[in-house]
Design a protein around this ligand. Sequence first.
Ligand code: AMP
Length: 449
Amino acid sequence: MCAIVGIFGNENASRLASLALFSMQHRGQEATGISSSCNGKIYTKKNSGLVSEVFNEEALKYLKGNMAIGHNRYSTAGSDSILDAQPVFAKYKLGEISIVHNGNLINKDEVREELIDRGAIFQTGMDTENLIHLIAKNSKCRLQDRIIEALNKTIGAYCFIIQSRNKQFVIRDRYGIRPLSLGKLKSGGYIVASETCAFDLVDAQFVRDVKPGEMLVFSEKTEEPESIQLFEPNFRPCAFEYVYFARPDSVIDGKNVYRTRENMGKTLAKNDLNNGIKVDMVVPVPDSGVPAALGYSVESGIPFEYGIIRNHYVGRTFIEPTQEMRNMKVKMKLSPMRSLIEGKSLLVIDDSIVRGTTSKRIVKMLKEAGAKEVHFRVASPEIKFPCYYGIDTPSKEELISHRMTKDEICEYIEADTLEYLSVEDLVESIGNDRNYALESFNGDYFVTQ
Ligand code: AMP
């Protein structure tokens, strides 16, 4: 998951990078970091915690220079080491470089083994460190050529921003799996960010998305970034960004995330037209189910009600990723609006079911609070396969839809009825003008060696 940002050609580069990271906090809360560049030297600050905790005035003062790159790290089970925070910084033959990465490199183990055989020493468990080694061990004179050669050995889903003492290189993989957009700062210079929601806070105008397979080179010598098409594009943007991951106010590859989620809810309502179920209200699981629930309500004419209230102060780092703690976390996070739902039939919408923890707990909670019926609707298809392209889904065995049929899940979560979107419905809701990455739903692992 994760968020990345690059600011180039602005005297407040690190401050703007920290603001952009703040707007993309939803993409990762475990750790955050920024590298700036000034007079041939790279300055880096990174730590575990939220952007607002790590970047105080003192840190921003230290991060001087008119270019900066930044990263928010998403918490994955068993890897909360500060060593795994980004940017990854290194000194090598041509000077200093710093790298941020969003995605997942699928040939990381082979590449790492080969590098270790050739004597490389690794400091972290991150696949991003492979790229540093590949760049450092290359014999080309120009950094740009070294990066291109390193990328030729790199397979997977990636958006990279690489910063040297005076340049920034931005690369999106040939499938464009993870999002990346270019904006122009009103106060001067450019921004590249994982999501366009970062542009509002720093007063930037959206220019365009970075193209699949494209490298942008920012340098002091040219006003505009240079564009190099490195790889033949085969556009397969990740559908899960629209389902769950991105912020609703972001526009990803030309599609407003909120609208796509609203469409998913409308489609669920259309599918329910002749099912004979009578419900009193549509209730979202906050916050992820809200746009789909609004869409359902508009399409069906059934009132939308906040039947579940979310406590926004339950942090992710607070709780260990064990099943017991996950159960507790749902309880701490979500509470029923008793007076609203007592004796009522509810249609509850969430964006996805992964392990089944949240949905089971919610149905139980709503029934204990007096709901007569709970009909559960999911604004995505059944997640049957793990994602290896940068979304943190658990192993196959942990995915409830891998182990159980829809009817078995309905019984397990104790809902009165359960419906998902079909894969075709999902594609239609986002817009069927392109080929999406849908591997979590259909097992199509198209990124091959
Ligand atoms: P679960 O309780 O494991 O079934 O997870 C479902 C809940 O987690 C839903 O409320 C989703 O909004 C949320 N969710 C979906 N995908 C992810 C993910 N990759 N990481 C964290 N939360 C997720």
